[in-house]
Design a protein around this ligand. Structure first.
Ligand code: CDP
Length: 230
């Protein structure tokens, strides 16, 4: 049997990484892990436990103390065929995708003790290979030795439109300008933080999918996978 490799898919906010990564994992029989969902879970936990105040300030000491209580897991949803995210055994797939969580997630993900805890969980999940993980620092910090690294981007407006359409399709309140400014702000914080900032790994293959359909980007990714493994 062929050795299963590790695949890192990084890139800017709302560029369709998760869709690509999930579809690839399903097509090749690998495990898919959404690392962003893990940072979203930490944010939801902090919001639910009074660690983040209404003005966005974070009680770091309390957060650090309670970090060991945060356990994130993924379980396949038989209806959607995709994994749902669980925070301490409770399905939070919907709750972590709100604009409120999006508004607080980047400052949370910039905290070194949050990154250390999530990175350790991610590395444990990928120990055996056969994994597709998407995020910001997978090819640079979590799996620097990944055999295949992809860096995805698209124009700001196109990314905002995709995220806006996704929120509307889920029946959530959405305002295009708010979505656009949130993704620009997250990209700014994610790229300038001190620990594991968002950047393209030197050995990543770059994809700008601004003008690609979902089937086109899936085909592109599958082709890259075959190139790497054949
Ligand atoms: O879906 P979208 O691309 O908008 O975001 P996400 O993948 O759910 O990630 C949410 C946030 O988590 C990002 O804006 C980052 O602040 C953080 N994140 C991170 O710091 N490192 C990762 N490996 C993944 C996400």
């Amino acid at each position: 049997m062929k050795k299963k490799i590790t695949i890192a898919v990084d890139g800017h906010s709302s560029c369709g990484k998760s869709t690509m990564a999930k579809d690839l994992a399903r097509a090749i029989g690998y495990i898919y892990v959404d690392s962003g969902a893990m940072y979203r879970c930490c944010t939801l936990f902090a919001m639910q436990n009074g660690i983040i105040a209404a003005d966005g300030s974070i009680n770091e000491e309390e957060f650090k103390r309670r970090m060991p209580e945060i356990q994130v897991s993924f379980k396949l949803n038989e209806d959607t065929g995709r994994p749902d995210t669980y925070l301490n055994g409770v399905c939070v797939e919907k709750d972590i995708r709100t604009m409120e969580v999006s508004a607080h997630v980047s400052p949370v993900a910039a905290l070194p003790f949050v990154r250390a805890a999530m990175t350790a969980q991610q590395q444990a999940m990928g120990r055996e290979g056969g994994i597709v993980m998407d995020g910001r620092d997978i090819g640079t910090a979590v799996f620097p030795d990944a055999e295949m690294k992809v860096f995805v981007t698209a124009s700001d407006e196109i990314r905002a439109q995709r995220r806006y359409d996704e929120l509307v399709a889920k029946g959530q309140q959405a305002d295009f300008d708010e979505v656009l400014s949130n993704l620009r702000e997250r990209d700014r914080i994610d790229s300038t933080r001190e620990v594991a900032p968002l950047r393209q790994a030197d050995d990543a293959i770059v994809l700008d999918n601004s003008h690609m359909t979902i089937p086109e980007q899936n085909q592109w990714l599958l082709k890259q996978f075959h190139k790497k493994t054949e």
